[in-house]
Design a protein around this ligand. Structure first.
Ligand code: PGA
Length: 246
């Protein structure tokens, strides 16, 4: 179990430019002694957020990347450029990327390997759909994603964070019961060790986490932090969420 809980804010395409200052301010003011906090704004807001978080003990992450360093790939952003922009983390394989942009496990694996090569920390998102859950296939599905997404991963000084995000719980208010998440998260830890040979991995829970339920999630043994979408985009809720995470 990690001593510092990890709180990652995924601002998706939701947060507007005019919200950046107040959101960073509320994170800056929060007591982060026992927290590792990272903000993942859209690509176009990375530079501004990088300067706003300066000296505030707040990490910066991107929501996606491309796996090639440099070249003629119109519209793409390379992991190398994200590092230059000040990122330490990159979300990889978020279910919205899998669903709306047809990202396969093979593509996700390439992105993950690129992020590691650059020396950034990938936050790999995995999770089952409602149909898979109802069919009783949650553990099998998540295990399969890990096996495919982590192919050829060799960890030396780098680290990977895994986020368990049941697709049915994202943006729905229908969060996974912390006890149920705990079961999947502990399987993820075991499977990660089997695949990579590395004993320790931080596993986050994501999917309708808010200021009211965050403490219950963070109490679980196998939950090292949370990946928060909607609740991280509102100043007041984000402030409360961080206060309740200590
Ligand atoms: P949510 O999103 O907190 O709005 O459910 C979480 C995520 O997609 O990372």
């Amino acid at each position: 179990m990690h001593m510092q809980k990890i709180i990652v804010a995924n601002w998706k395409m939701v947060v507007k430019k005019e919200q950046l200052v107040s959101l960073v301010e509320v994170v800056g003011q929060a007591d982060k002694t026992n927290l590792e906090v990272a903000l993942c704004p859209s690509f176009v807001h990375l530079t501004e957020v990088a300067s706003l978080i300066n000296n505030k003990n707040i990490g910066l992450g991107a929501q996606n990347c491309f796996w090639v360093e440099h070249g003629a790939y119109t519209g793409e952003v390379s992991a190398w450029d994200l590092k230059d922009e000040g990122c330490q983390y990159v979300l990889v394989g978020h279910s919205e990327r899998r669903k709306y942009f047809s990202e396969s496990d093979e593509i996700i694996n390439k992105k993950l390997l690129a992020v590691l090569e650059v020396g950034l920390t990938p936050i790999l998102c995995v999770g089952e759909t409602k149909e898979e859950k109802d069919a009783g296939h949650t553990l099998e599905r998540v295990r399969e994603q890990l096996q495919k997404d982590l192919v050829n991963v060799i960890l030396k000084d780098s680290r990977i964070i895994i986020a368990y995000e049941p697709v049915w719980a994202i943006g729905t208010g229908d969060f996974c019961k912390p006890n149920d998440a705990e079961e999947v998260q502990s399987m993820i830890k075991e499977e990660f060790t089997k695949i990579t040979g590395v004993a320790e991995v931080a596993v986050l829970y994501g999917g309708s986490v808010d200021d009211k339920n965050v403490a219950e999630f963070l109490k679980q043994n196998s939950i090292d932090g949370v990946l928060v979408g909607g609740a991280s985009t509102k100043v007041e809720v984000l402030g409360k969420l961080l206060a309740n995470s200590i």
